[in-house]
Design a protein around this ligand. Structure first.
Ligand SMILES: Nc1ncnc2c1ncn2[C@@H]1O[C@H](COP(=O)(O)OP(=O)(O)OP(=O)(O)O)[C@@H](O)[C@H]1O
Length: 261
């Protein structure tokens, strides 16, 4: 069993310092390399949870630690990707992927000297997601799925120990989404970074995550924790099995009972 990587202990967050909490009593821990998914109804606090995990927001009460260190400000060893790929339109795919290295230390001060090495690394990532032939293309020359692949490469370029994904595949068609599930599965299997995936898509959570947490509506609380019974890494065929459907149904029921509560 690996050591704990992310640890939330009775965490509360209020945006306006009132007693109205956006999230309440969150206790959760993830092992190093674990892939967790957070699912729940709209507005339950999934994005708030992300802000707490990256240090963008500080807990009003309780403690958030990463590798045993209290989180007290924005963390550098985190990569993030969101529903909108947010690539800069005037930069090529390759230059978009390199962007964090031009901004974040210690890479920034080494950027000019080590550019060749950084480009090699970016090209390896682009190859892993099938985009190496598009490195010189601009975002407007890429499909939505290709842009999202590029934004995942950008999130991984500084070899983060933790990858935070907020509905990263929400805007994509079902086929592209499933293709990107496989891309993410393979990158995770190879590099074993921690992943926190926030999603409305229960199939996505059941396919990708080692552990799935269900949150209640505001104030967001964790109402269920489910370890994925299906051995990983999973092939897409698993999504047609009874065991997979049973897991998705179970999650749906838990969310249903949260919504009607
Ligand atoms: N900056 C903010 N200031 C005040 N309240 C906020 C702020 N951000 C979020 N909230 C409130 O906190 C609660 C949780 O919001 P959050 O965005 O974390 O939910 P979510 O589960 O990610 O929602 P969705 O699934 O719709 O994206 C909501 O009631 C929201 O109105």
């Amino acid at each position: 069993m690996s050591a704990t990587f992310v640890d939330f202990q009775q965490v509360y967050l209020s945006y306006d310092d009132s007693s109205a909490f956006a999230v309440e009593d969150i206790t959760l821990s993830a092992r190093a390399g674990e892939f967790i998914a957070i699912v729940g109804p709209s507005g339950c606090g999934k994005s708030t949870f992300m802000k707490l995990a990256t240090g963008l927001k500080r807990a009003t009460r309780g403690s958030v630690t990463i590798q045993g260190q209290q989180v007290s400000g924005p963390l550098k060893f985190v990569g993030m990707a969101f529903q909108a790929p947010t690539l800069l339109p005037w930069r090529s795919t390759l230059d978009n992927v390199l962007l964090p290295l031009e901004i974040v230390e210690p890479y920034r001060s080494e950027f000019k000297r080590r550019r060749g090495e950084y480009v090699e690394h970016a090209m390896r990532l682009l190859k892993a997601v099938g985009l190496d032939a598009h490195a010189k293309h601009y975002p407007w020359q890429l499909s939505g799925g290709m842009q999202q692949r590029a934004s995942i490469c950008r999130a991984l370029i500084h070899q983060p120990r933790m990858l935070l994904l907020d509905e990263p595949f929400g805007a994509l068609d079902a086929f592209t989404r499933e293709e990107l599930w496989c891309v993410l599965r393979d990158l995770h299997a190879e590099q074993r970074f921690n992943v926190i995936l926030v999603t409305h898509d229960l199939r996505e959570a059941a396919y990708l995550a080692d552990t799935i947490y269900v949150m209640s509506k505001r104030p967001g609380r964790i109402v269920a924790r489910r370890e994925n019974p299906l051995p990983g890494p999973r092939e897409l065929d698993v999504t047609y099995t009874e065991a997979f459907s049973a897991l998705v149904h179970e999650l749906r029921e838990r969310i249903g009972s949260v919504r009607s509560a």
